[in-house]
Design a protein around this ligand. Structure first.
Ligand code: SF4
Length: 365
């Protein structure tokens, strides 16, 4: 079976994107055209693990395999898995009793786990281990009688899952603007936690404002904003110092992708746009632009970035330099149900987070 994960031993399939290509014109500008390609970008270890989990569930159990919510927030990944036999549902009560269901990388509340068990579903939990870490923190602080101020976006699946681990004790802080209206029972027994995919700078500003109101507010034991979110923001900050235009590849419902657009604009880029596919790049964005920054969210397969580079090459942006601010080699083991193949043999495939060389890298760019 072909794979869209980065960690598989099987060669990575690179299908053409199922959208009409939008040939960009190579119009003259003053200066040299170039691309600064942020690194790290694209798949994180948690996303790769989740995508492999669905692929392996399809291999081991056959189609259909049900997935609660989008396995990761990327339309191309979801569409590709649908073609392979995954069925995405909003809630477990849409799944026939006894079926296999995968919980997405964003995590679920205990109520969802119970709902799946009540329907005798065979659950495979692809929650990112770094989200699970936040769940455990919430449970522990609630047990120790803390009130939890959870910084995160209202309605995001990860936030719903985390709040569901300590529903009586958690208050959501959606943005710095929420801070003046927060009420707590005991301001001396208060801790903040956060969604894993927020803007680091905005979150720190929210914490600063919270601490002004509640001086005894405790910090979480370690960063909740995950390594991948932080690394991608650091890289795009560096790129945005020089890039006039930044293109971020990723879907509109991907929190960390949208944050990359914000971070680029806050750190020097004159314009920054998010695209799902290269075909969404508009010719007028390139008017008079010499340096374009390119990056991608943590749920974006590299093939989509390659398409952007290909289309920008048509427009004369063939000089591609990578701006590397960190190396990543983190991998997470697969959910325990999937560590063997259908015959019970140990799985030989990589476990996620592995980087993949691109053609332009092999060419020495
Ligand atoms: S963005 Fe971070 S928390 Fe989310 S799946 Fe990736 S590593 Fe895990």
């Amino acid at each position: 079976m072909s794979t869209i994960s980065n960690g598989g031993a099987v060669a990575l399939e690179t299908p053409r994107i199922p959208v009409k290509r939008n040939r960009l014109k190579n119009l003259p500008i003053a200066g040299e055209k170039r691309i600064l390609l942020a690194a790290p970008r694209g798949y994180c270890a948690g996303v790769d693990r989740a995508v492999i989990a669905v692929e392996k569930a399809l291999e081991n159990y056959g189609a259909p395999v049900y997935v609660r919510k989008q396995i990761v927030h990327n339309i191309y990944v979801v569409t590709t898995l649908e073609k392979k036999g995954a069925i995405f549902v909003d809630e477990v009560d849409e799944v026939p009793e006894g079926s296999h269901i995968v919980f997405s990388a964003h995590g679920v509340s205990p109520a969802v786990v119970k709902g799946a068990a009540d329907r005798q579903l065979q659950a495979i939990d692809a929650t990112c281990p770094l989200v699970t870490k936040v769940h455990r923190e919430a449970v522990r602080f609630a047990r120790d009688d803390f009130e939890i101020l959870l910084i995160g976006h209202h309605g995001h699946e990860e936030v719903e899952g985390t709040m569901g681990h300590a529903p009586e004790r958690t208050t959501l802080v959606n943005s710095p603007a929420d801070v003046p209206n927060i009420t707590v029972k005991n301001p001396d027994h208060l801790v903040w936690l956060s969604q894993t995919t927020l803007s680091v700078d905005e979150t720190m500003e929210t914490v600063r404002l919270l601490r002004e109101r509640f001086p005894n507010l405790q910090d979480p034991p370690s960063d909740d904003i995950c390594y991948a979110t932080q690394n991608r923001q650091v890289a795009i900050k560096k790129v945005a110092e020089e890039a006039e235009l930044v293109i971020v590849v990723g879907s509109a419902n991907s929190s960390n992708t949208v944050r990359l657009v914000d971070v680029a604009l806050e750190n020097g880029a004159r314009a920054a746009y998010r695209v799902d596919y290269a075909s969404e790049i508009k010719q007028e964005w390139l008017d008079g632009i010499a340096t374009i920054g390119v990056t991608s969210g943590a749920s974006v397969p590299e093939v989509l970035v390659q398409e952007v580079l290909d289309d920008l090459a048509d427009a004369g942006y063939t000089d591609v330099a990578q701006v590397v601010t960190a190396e990543e080699d983190l991998m997470f083991s697969l959910p325990k149900e999937l560590r063997t193949d259908a015959a019970g043999n140990p799985d030989e495939r990589g476990l996620g987070g592995r980087s993949r060389k691109l053609d332009w890298q092999r060419d020495g760019a």
